[in-house]
Write a protein that binds this ligand. Structure first.
Ligand code: PMP
Length: 422
């Protein structure tokens, strides 16, 4: 992004104009947790409620028709944005719900609660689910639960000392027993981009499904799910400049056709008698009850906003910011958890400061108006792998400037002296 493009982008985000902690300009470096929202997204939600609010899909009136158009139009926009067909996009409340939906569909099929074709989702005791040590808990705990319910066995790839997935064990970890390979596209801790093609090829060789946690990639990289060839993918609206409360599960059409529902009730049925129910085709089969309609509309607008800016430009900006962020590894006493190079990574960097607790690091930065996240970032195993309980994490987005990262580096340089740790 040129300086004038970036200035125009920032002008579109009202929150970025505010000050914190006694008038300091906000330096928001917590976009991996949740992004800020451009005006068009905020306006789309208000406009929906002011002009179109109605129950979708069933009303026989003009408003219901307009609401349905806005809602399905958002599905079209999100699908186009990630290289999918609209029928392959299931609205969920977020990535966590999307991954749980897939995992519990396997559990239901295994319990005999699946319809035609659902055998593909049935697990036998001893079948294997593969994850990685770098996963967000959202892409780990649901698979642990599935194993506990079905007798399947959880296996995983480890992480190298520099924070990349260790695929040297590929042929040991992915075997004839593997049924699912679930992994994050981009780590929310290290920013490392996973070798998707290699993992998809390995899963395909043994006939396993792939589930991509695309939470951190969809906002910052061009993502074409058909081209990547994954079977399922999950992402959240609130991390890609959209509202909270909405996200999506992508599933290849023929797999969604065969997948049993998880949440049942209204709107996901065809014929209901007192004895039995037949289910609607996807995506409606997975969208029981009233959906987050205004939020979905906002997510669609966010996808269009990013698309108009151009994801190649967004990714280039992200690379430039990543190069600035990793320079913190040169500050004495600062240790980056994960890769410090600029290859195959995004602008997400977690770190520890020798002799200073992560929460204290966060507080000193906060006093200067700099917002970072501290803790385990919902990735305890990865933190355990690096022998730390908590890190501080700085993450950027399309509206982040180099000047903000410079301010962050300068503030971080003074942290050890502040605590007398030098
Ligand atoms: N996976 C990754 C990699 C994430 O960063 C997050 C959010 N921190 C999630 C999954 C969960 O997303 P959500 O909380 O929006 O469901």
């Amino acid at each position: 992004l040129t300086p004038s493009e970036l200035a125009a982008v920032r002008a579109d985000f009202p929150l970025l104009g505010r000050t914190v902690r006694g008038g300091r300009p906000l330096v928001y470096l917590d976009s991996a947790a949740t992004s800020q929202k451009p005006n068009v997204v905020l306006e789309a939600e208000v406009e929906f409620y002011e002009q179109r609010n109605a129950a979708v899909h069933r009303g026989a009136h003009a408003l219901a028709e307009e609401a349905t158009e806005a809602y399905e139009g958002a599905r079209d926009a999100v699908a186009a944005f990630v290289g999918a067909d609209p029928g392959e996009i299931v609205w969920t409340s977020g990535a966590t719900a999307a991954i749980n939906l897939v995992a519990y569909a396997f559990a239901n099929a295994t319990a005999g609660r699946g319809g035609a074709g659902s055998d593909r989702f049935r697990l036998d005791a001893g079948d294997e689910i593969v994850v990685t040590e770098a996963e967000h808990h959202a892409n780990l705990v649901p698979w642990q639960e599935l194993c506990a319910r079905t007798g399947a066995v959880l296996r995983w790839f480890g992480v190298t000392d520099d924070g990349r997935l260790d695929l040297s064990t590929l042929d040991d970890v992915i075997t004839e027993r593997t049924r699912v390979v679930a992994f994050g596209h981009v780590s929310n801790v290290t920013g490392a981009v996973a070798p998707v093609a290699e993992l998809v090829a390995a899963a395909r060789r043994v006939g396993a499904f792939t589930v991509l946690d695309a939470c951190q990639s969809v906002p910052n990289l061009p993502v074409d799910l058909h081209a990547l060839g994954v079977d399922f993918a999950a992402f959240s609206g609130h991390k890609m400049l959209g509202p909270t409360g909405v996200g999506a599960l992508y599933g290849r059409r023929e797999l969604l056709e065969a997948m049993p529902p998880v949440t049942t009730g209204g709107s996901m049925v065809e014929v209901v008698t007192m004895e039995a129910t037949t289910y609607a085709p996807p995506p409606q089969r997975f969208e029981a009850g009233t959906q987050p309609v205004a939020q979905a509309v906002g997510m669609g607008v966010a996808a269009q906003w990013l698309d108009e800016l151009g994801m190649e430009a967004v990714a280039a900006h992200e690379r430039a910011l990543a190069a600035e962020l990793v320079k913190i590894a040169e500050i004495p006493g600062v240790r980056v958890v994960g890769p410090t190079d600029t290859v195959d990574r995004l602008a997400v960097v977690s770190f520890v400061v020798d002799g200073v607790h992560a929460h204290d690091v966060g507080q000193v930065l906060d006093d200067r108006g700099i917002a970072v996240r501290v803790g385990h970032h919902c990735a305890q195993p990865l933190h355990r792998r690096f022998g730390v309980a908590a890190t501080a994490r700085a993450s950027a987005s399309v509206y982040t400037t180099v000047e903000e990262i410079t301010a962050f580096r300068e503030a971080l340089s003074g942290v050890r002296a502040f605590f007398g740790a030098e």
